[in-house]
Design a binder for this molecule. Structure first.
Ligand code: FNR
Length: 347
């Protein structure tokens, strides 16, 4: 018997099924959990006022994202190594996504071939690109994704310094990547961060280069500063994923809910705004859209579904958030995503 609401129930099931280190890898943030909690609270402190008696006119959750018509604005964020969580892996996620008329970003660190994931999804998916240390190596990965038929590239820029968060079990690896770029040996007194990792990190010049390589929509994931948002627009990119990586990189950032209005104002409609980090319900989705986002992404919640019940669990998570979004629209008298943008939030 399931006494809890679906998401906490799936989280509980996932925790019970996963080895402790894998559960920790999934749930952890860059500190002791405070960033994760504040990400979630950031959406929850915004409040909605019910608007009963409002007649809904052709109510729907449809939206247009570049050339794609989406049935709803709930997307799956890139999550690495999904075979850690269930044998179905990324393919299970992709199949569930298709069944629920959704869209997902396949991680650079996927544990199954991007070609196979897109094939099994039976729809073009988006591909999340991590910088591979230099342009030549990054281009190899990019070309592999483009050849698989992906329909957008999402360049994640907020995690240039990678710390190994987990020892991968035998048989699970980032199968789409070439061998990692060898790090130059450090001299005595050199910094591992400045003289090591950061020598391989991308810069704005690389974003400009990438823009020239990519003819499909290009989004930049992991920005929270309004000046960076303006720069993305100036470089001709098509979208931003406002995100603090689910709190997993820089500990102690503001919540995404806190910076979203500034980011929306900065781009002034010149590119799409997607948002993630801490979204846990259809009501959170509603609030993000009311604040000006064009779509939202979820990370951990769908992985709870994957770990607990495979592809079926992922499908249930998407469907539940969509149902909750529709219910929130009904209770607030909102018929469309365009109308949602007019809704005032309270604290
Ligand atoms: C991530 N995230 C992530 N982001 C990315 O761009 N590439 C990646 O490979 C990964 N991998 C990854 C693994 C795990 C286990 C987690 C939890 C997250 C970040 C992810 O795309 C997204 O930004 C956050 O998960 C959103 O926050 P919530 O919904 O998990 O709170």
């Amino acid at each position: 018997m399931q006494a809890l609401p679906l998401l906490p129930y799936l989280a509980q099931q996932a925790q019970a099924k996963l080895p402790v280190d894998i559960w920790h890898y999934l749930q952890s943030d860059a500190g002791c959990g405070a960033q994760l909690q504040s990400n979630e609270a950031g959406w929850q402190i915004k409040k909605l006022i019910p608007r009963p008696l409002t007649a809904l006119h052709h109510p729907n959750t449809q939206c247009t994202m570049f050339a794609e018509q989406w049935a709803h604005p709930i997307m799956l964020a890139p999550v690495a190594y999904q075979r850690l969580f269930h044998a179905d892996g990324e393919i299970g996620t992709a199949v569930a996504c298709n069944a629920q008329q959704g869209q997902m970003m396949v991680s650079s660190l996927a544990s199954q071939s991007v070609n196979e994931i897109v094939k099994q999804a039976q729809q073009p998916l988006w591909f999340q690109l991590y910088w591979q240390g230099d342009r030549a190596r990054t281009e190899v990965l990019l070309r592999k994704a483009l050849a698989a038929g992906v329909s957008a590239i999402v360049f994640t820029v907020d995690a240039p310094v990678k710390q190994a968060l987990i020892d991968l079990p035998k048989g699970i690896s980032a199968v789409n990547l070439a061998q990692p770029l060898a790090m130059q040996a450090l001299q005595a007194g050199q910094s591992q961060v400045f003289d090591g990792w950061m020598t391989q990190a991308p810069t704005w010049e690389d974003v400009a280069w990438l823009r020239q390589q990519v003819t499909i929509p290009l989004l930049i994931k992991g920005l929270m500063h309004e000046d960076d948002a303006r720069r993305v627009v100036a470089l001709g990119c098509d979208g931003i994923v406002v995100s603090n990586h689910g709190g997993r990189v820089l500990d102690g950032t503001p919540t995404v809910a806190a910076v979203l209005p500034e980011m929306v104002a900065a781009v002034a409609g010149q590119c799409k705004i997607l948002v993630d980090s801490g979204i846990r319900s259809g009501q959170d989705v509603f609030k993000a859209l009311a604040m000006g986002a064009d779509a939202v992404c979820i990370g951990r919640p769908y992985v709870w579904g994957l770990a607990a019940e495979g592809a079926m669990g992922v499908a249930k998570v998407i469907r539940t958030l969509r149902d909750e979004l529709e219910m929130t629209m009904a209770l607030t008298g909102v018929s469309s995503l365009a109308e949602m943008r007019q809704v005032k939030l309270y604290v």
